[in-house]
Design a binder for this molecule. Structure first.
Ligand SMILES: Cc1cc2nc3c(=O)[nH]c(=O)nc-3n(C[C@H](O)[C@H](O)[C@H](O)COP(=O)(O)OP(=O)(O)OC[C@H]3O[C@@H](n4cnc5c(N)ncnc54)[C@H](O)[C@@H]3O)c2cc1C
Length: 292
């Protein structure tokens, strides 16, 4: 039967992935799927399993590097309205996995829910942020999550309650194939206070990291007790280039891709950074960005 039969309206073959990622790099995927509701999504997961095709979830594409040769199998994009609902509930929010993190933060601030304003400026979606427990030194998204609906690699829809959720630095027990939606609970604070805090953090980010117009990635996780940024700086790497990939002058834990860059340039530069930091400081850096 194949994977596309009867689902031609939501599946595109050989779709370039670069436009769906922040880095705008890399080749096409065999099957690109944009389901319009959950039943279509579970059917695609079932068929991919039957056909023995790898299947991956795309969020905002802000933490992904797609290789130049592209990706085998299936990539699912949760951009349809069915996956992007955002609802105010008692003391919190219910958000679809495809909701833009910026919209989730804005809703929380508007409702006087404190915490999310500290994540202002992190790009991507709620699903992507929960998958990697994204955050800053002021807080990570997982600390407000008290339940989620997920889909497993078998296509089973499950409810995960707060009892079986755990989060640590850039780690999340929400590791099923799809985070469909999640509920969040917050403390209250006046919306004006939250707005001011959010604006301050936002301005700080605009001056301390690559601009939102630049194709960039936040490359390494912070080792315990030290920032990756300072280790890269200490290793004298600021401004280093490989082909069209360049370490950011603003924050050397970001690599910026110029229009000439390839994914291979990016990988080579990350390898060089890792090797030099290890040689100069003895610390083994761990990748934050995911390579597909
Ligand atoms: C300028 C810039 C600043 C950044 N600042 C920070 C920061 O301060 N802190 C921080 O933690 N990160 C930061 N990042 C990294 C990145 O933005 C975050 O990790 C973000 O949360 C990734 O979300 P995304 O939707 O783009 O995920 P993607 O990049 O699309 O995907 C990342 C992973 O999440 C999975 N995923 C995505 N959506 C779902 C879903 N619905 N269900 C299941 N799995 C899913 C993907 O399969 C993939 O494994 C920054 C990146 C940039 C470019």
């Amino acid at each position: 039967m194949g994977i596309t039969a009867g689902l031609e309206h939501i599946i595109r073959e050989n779709e370039p992935l670069a436009p769906y990622t922040r880095l705008r790099l890399g080749g096409p995927v065999e099957y690109f799927v944009e389901p319009t509701h959950v039943d279509e999504l579970t059917e695609v997961i079932r068929r991919a399993r039957q056909e023995d095709l790898a299947i991956r979830l795309l969020g905002g594409g802000t933490n992904l590097l797609v290789r130049d040769e592209g990706v085998a199998g299936v990539v699912v994009n949760l951009a349809a309205p069915a996956f992007c609902g955002l609802e105010v509930i008692e003391n919190g929010l219910l958000a679809g996995g495809g909701v833009q993190l910026a919209h989730w933060i804005a809703a929380a601030v508007r409702e006087g829910f404190s915490g999310p304003e500290q994540l202002a400026g992190i790009p991507g979606t709620v699903g992507g942020a929960l998958h990697g427990n994204s955050g800053t030194h002021a807080g990570d998204i997982g600390q407000w999550c008290c339940g989620a609906t997920v889909i497993t690699r078998n296509g089973e829809v499950l409810e995960r309650s707060s009892d079986d959720l755990s989060f640590a630095y850039r780690q999340s027990s929400l590791n099923e194939l799809v985070i469909l939606d999640a509920t969040f609970q917050f403390e209250s604070e006046p919306a004006e206070t939250l707005t001011k805090r959010m604006q301050k953090l936002w301005i700080h980010r605009q001056t301390s990291q690559p601009s939102s117009l630049e194709a960039s990635a936040y490359v390494f996780r912070d080792p315990i007790g030290v920032s990756a940024t300072s280790l890269i700086e200490q290793s004298g790497l600021k401004g280093t280039k490989v082909g069209g990939a360049e370490i950011s002058e603003r924050d050397p834990n970001f690599i910026v891709a110029t229009p000439e860059a390839t994914s291979a340039d990016f990988v080579q530069l990350m390898d060089l950074m890792k090797a030099q930091v290890h040689e100069r400081t003895g610390v083994e850096l761990e990748l934050n960005v995911e390579i597909w």
